[in-house]
Design a protein around this ligand. Structure first.
Ligand code: SF4
Length: 341
């Protein structure tokens, strides 16, 4: 059981971040924000995939002007990502942004930060202090933390405490160390992520290690997995990270063996069919095992399990053998038993 660090609670639209709120899943649109139709279509796909907060890049006035129309067509809170020009943040706040992300690496003037903080306070929306190694000039954890701390001080001096912090380096160790240091310094909620994590496979591995290590320490209130890939995959990866640690429930957990020369059925195909045939969102464990070495043990521990032998399998339910099924009928039988739970 992971004991989560106590943080203050911040609201982004109707999603709570921090405190006892579930760790939320974020992603980012990869389309030109001023193309409202394409942006809304991507956000709709993300909503269906389970994304809970979405961010768009605001690179110019046209993007900021698109925010109002985007907001009208989506359900989840919208975060506007601002770099270089604080006036774009002001325009997005007027247009109805639910949160503003500022980068301390490129919006540095105190009067500009003040203007954004005052407007955010009037609109009752939070600001994410989003430090990145690329714009902080260093990926040293200390440099990331110092950049965030000096921004926190400016905002607190303005009596602005609706703050979320991220400290993303592209290497896992610096990222983890930066978040650990920051979590000792303040109780603002932390948005976890490893920036520029890379293409699909390496991105998922880096994110799972970085985000997962922090979550195991009880650190982190919202997560974004960054992949050079379809953003829907970012949401899937984030769900798996949170689900594997028991921090959120996104439906059944499948335990299946990697198979080896002992396995005498097409287990890989069966696992795929069970996974795609699952309709339930219940928090249950399903074990699908290739032979009698570990099979019966794992199957007995699961809510539903099957351990195969030669062309047939023993189907377990809550630790008891329910029946022996032919391999060709195994998927159908399992799905039927799962529906009964
Ligand atoms: Fe191989 Fe059996 Fe272990 Fe699966 S459970 S990996 S088939 S020994």
């Amino acid at each position: 059981m992971i004991r989560r660090r106590k943080t203050r609670q911040i609201r982004v639209g109707d999603v709570k971040i921090g405190g006892a709120a579930p760790i939320s899943i974020q992603s980012m649109v990869k389309r030109d924000t001023s193309d409202v139709k394409a942006t809304v279509a991507e956000i709709k796909r993300l909503e269906r995939a389970g994304c809970e907060i979405v961010r768009v890049a605001i690179k110019d006035r046209d993007d900021a002007l698109a925010v109002r129309a985007i907001k009208r067509n989506i359900k989840i809170p919208l975060v506007c990502d601002i770099h270089f020009d604080h006036r774009l943040a002001l325009a997005c706040i007027v247009a109805g942004a639910d949160k503003i992300r500022l980068n301390p690496g490129n919006i540095r003037k105190r009067e500009e930060i003040t203007a954004v903080a005052r407007a955010a306070k009037r609109a009752k929306i939070p600001i994410r202090i989003g430090v990145n190694s690329g714009s902080a000039g260093s990926s040293k954890p200390q440099a990331l933390v110092e950049a965030a701390k000096s921004y926190v001080k400016i905002l607190e001096a303005l009596d602005f405490r609706d703050i979320i912090i991220s400290l993303k380096a592209s290497d896992v160790i610096s990222t983890v160390e930066a978040y650990r240091q920051m979590s000792e310094f303040c109780d603002y909620p932390l948005h976890l992520g490893v920036t520029a994590a890379g293409p699909h496979e390496s991105g998922i591995v880096k994110s799972a290690i970085g985000i997962g290590s922090l979550l195991l320490d009880g650190i982190g209130d919202t997560v974004r997995v960054s992949l050079t890939s379809d953003p829907v995959e970012e949401v899937g990866a984030a769900k798996r990270i949170l689900g594997s640690l028991g921090l959120r429930n996104f439906g059944p957990d499948i335990i299946s063996c990697p198979t080896c020369g002992r396995c005498q059925v097409d287990l890989i195909e069966m696992v795929k069919r069970v996974e795609s045939g699952l309709k339930t969102k219940k928090d249950i464990t399903i074990a699908i095992m290739g032979c009698e070495v570990n099979g019966p043990g794992e199957a007995r521990e699961a809510d539903i399990g099957i351990a195969f032998g030669r062309n047939s399998g023993l189907l377990f339910k809550k630790g008891k053998v329910v029946k022996k099924v032919a391999a060709k009928d195994a998927v159908k039988s399992m799905l039927k038993e799962i529906r009964k739970i």
